[in-house]
Design a protein around this ligand. Sequence first.
Ligand code: ATR
Length: 294
Amino acid sequence: MTISAPRACVIGWPVRHSRSPLIHGFWLRELGLAGSYVHAEVEPENFASFINALAENGFVGANITVPHKEAAFLLCDRHAPMAEALGAANTLWFEGGRLCGDNTDVGGFLGNLDEAAPGWDSRVECAVVLGAGGAARAVVHALLLRGARQCVIINRTPTRAHELRSRLGLGETGAVVVGGWGDLPQHLAKADVIVNTTSLGMPGEPALAVDLSAAPASALVTDIVYVPLETPLLAAARARGLRTVDGLGMLLHQAVPGFERWFGARPRVTPDLRALLIADLDGHAAASGERRHG
Ligand code: ATR
C-alpha cells in the first residue's frame, strides 16, 4: 500500500493571489517534509460540496479565507474553542473522519504583536479598533483575551459595530464601546493600542487619515493591512514617535497551527520567511494579491 504525501489547500473566492502556498511551501522545504499546499478557488454556491468532498479529493485539511469562514464553521462536526467563540473557522482538518475547525486569526494577531512588541499587553486599559468586519471580530476577541479593560470599536457603519459587540456576547458591558469616526479623537487620547482592521490604506483604497496627535506617547499602533508594509497609518505613527507593528506577521503566525496539524511538525516564523514574503510583495504588491489578512 502506498501512503501519499499530505495535501492541503487554501479555499477562497477569489484566492489566486493568496500567499499561503508560498508560506507552506517554504516550511515544507525548510523542514524537508513531503507534502503540498495549493490554491482552491471555490465559488460560494459550490463551497459546501467542495468541503464535503475534501477528504475524498485527497486533502488532509484546508485554510479558509474570504468569503467562506462562516460557512466553513457551519459545516464542521467539531469546533476548537476559538472557532466557537468567533463563529468562523479558517483552519480545517480531520479527526477520525470528522471535520474539525479552528480559528487561528486570534493567535496570528497576538503572535505578531508578541514577537514584534514583547510586553505590549502588560497594561492595556483601552484599545481602539478601527473597523467592524470579520477581521475586527478576531482582533477585538484577541485584545479582550489579553486583558484589555476596554475595547472601542470605531466603524463607518455603526450598526455593524453594534452587531460585532453582540456577536461576541458582550452586550452593554462597558468592556466594548462602539462609535463612529467622529468619536475617534476622544478615544485616541486614552488609547494604549490602536489597530486598523479596515481596508483603508491599501492600494486603490483611500488612505486612512487619522490624526494621532492626541494619542499617548506610549501607544502601540498596528495595522492588519500588509500591502503596503508601512501603511499611511503606520507612517503617521512612526513620524509621531509611536511604536508600530506591521500586518505581515499576522499572516505568517496564523498559518502555523494548520501546518502543524496537516504535516506533523511545528514550523517557525523566521526572518527568512518574512524576507521571502516581502520579496514577493515587492514583486506584485501594487498590481495584485491579498493586501490584508481578512
Ligand atoms: P473583513 O471581513 O475582511 O474584515 P469587511 O467585512 O469587508 O472585511 O470589513 C471591512 C471594514 O473596512 C469595515 O469595517 C468597513 O466599514 P463598513 O462596515 O462601514 O463597511 C471598513 N471600510 C471599508 N471601506 C471603508 C471606507 N471607505 N471608509 C471607512 N471604512 C471603510
